[in-house]
Design a protein around this ligand. Structure first.
Ligand code: PLP
Length: 349
């Protein structure tokens, strides 16, 4: 087998959902965000595992993503679309029974004209300035909208991964001001918001990254493991180079393993001469540039010739990689790509 192995622990995802669910009161429903192919981990298998754990409401980014979720789950569970009702979405929303979170007066108008009586929610902007109606827009259509019985009023936090950030309380106050007394279920918290405590929970929470083992959910079960096979081992002398552009020059004799995996597998070039792979608990530094399909790794200090080295696993999380690469765990996860041999394990929970 020449490709890397990506192992996804569906029981760990289910256990993470249950753990996040247990952080809010029993009266608070916990949904699951499965956009971007369940953060790259495979939306059909992940959605089924989450449904089996008890999730009844799912969120995707765009209507196109709803198809795979509906196919995996059948007609029961609610599937909502953050992007709302875009031109061209009408048939998909109707046929798949998706619930758009309407983001503007234009979307509200489109939805009421194209699909009268079809369920919808409303997304409000409370300061992030990304999606959702501005307070003035909301004031203009609020009465008309409430008359049609929205399923949900929601908004999203910009700084929830920084518990001390003043933006959290400011957005919360605005959300309460915009929605108090509407008599409609509300949702405000993603993973970070759940951790901010009960004031942020309202009637429905929407965790994503925490389900998949990423920060800010520090107590998450690890979900992904990536092992890259060693294709070749060679000895190099002092003064020899490794990889493109000679960016690594050996200062001593070394043993170099060439592993199968590269930036085409979502292993960012930012790890060149910076990142490490693991043999058991032993870190093995990346030598030279990460190329499209291959990475050179220092294994001089190992007592045996490894068959494979771990990029992700118990020794190194997506957030560890992200820190080295100057990005976030979300990006590391969603970039992993389609060349791995994927295995779905049932390990925990
Ligand atoms: C992606 C997203 C979520 C999930 O966020 P996490 O930080 O991954 O838990 C929730 N709500 C909205 C609007 C999102 O875009």
């Amino acid at each position: 087998m020449g490709t890397g192995k990506l192992t996804i622990d569906l029981d760990a995802i289910a256990a993470n959902w249950r753990a996040l669910d247990a952080m809010s009161a029993p009266t608070v429903q916990t949904a699951a965000v499965v956009k971007a192919d369940a953060y790259g981990l495979g939306v059909a298998k992940v959605s089924r595992a989450l449904a089996a754990a008890g999730a009844r409401r799912f969120f995707v980014a765009v209507a196109e993503e709803g198809w795979a979720v509906r196919e995996a789950l059948g007609p029961g569970p609610e599937i909502s679309v953050f992007g709302g009702h875009m031109a061209g979405d009408t048939d998909m929303l109707a046929d798949l029974g998706l619930i758009p979170m309407l983001n503007s007066i234009d979307q509200v108008t489109r939805h009421f004209e194209a699909l009268p009586g079809h369920p919808f929610g409303i997304q409000l902007d409370t300061g992030m300035n990304r999606l959702g109606m501005e307070p003035a827009e909301w004031a203009a259509v609020r009465d008309v909208v409430l008359e049609k019985g929205p399923r949900l009023l929601m908004s999203h936090l910009a700084c929830a991964d920084e518990p001390g950030h003043a933006m959290n309380a400011a957005q919360l106050a605005r959300f309460v001001e915009l929605t108090e007394g509407c008599g409609v279920p509300r949702s405000f918290a993603a993973t970070g918001g759940i951790l901010l405590g009960p004031d942020y929970h309202f009637e429905l929470t929407r965790p994503g990254i925490g389900l998949y083992g990423g920060l800010p959910f520090e107590d998450a079960w690890p979900v992904v493991e990536v092992e890259l096979p060693v294709i070749q081992i060679r000895e190099i002398a002092k003064g020899e180079s490794v990889g493109y552009a000679n960016s690594f020059i050996a200062e001593r004799r070394m043993i170099v393993a060439t592993v199968s995996g590269g930036y085409a597998d979502g292993i960012t070039r930012r790890l060149s001469n910076q990142g490490v792979l693991f043999h058991g608990d032993v870190p093995c530094p990346i030598l030279g540039r990460v190329s499209m399909d291959l990475i050179g790794v220092d294994v001089s200090h190992l007592e045996e010739v490894p068959q494979g080295l771990h990029l992700l696993g118990l020794q190194q999380s997506v957030d560890d990689i992200a820190e080295t690469a100057g990005t976030i765990g979300y990006e590391v996860l969603t970039q992993l790509g389609h060349r791995y041999e994927r295995r779905y394990a049932r390990g925990r929970g």
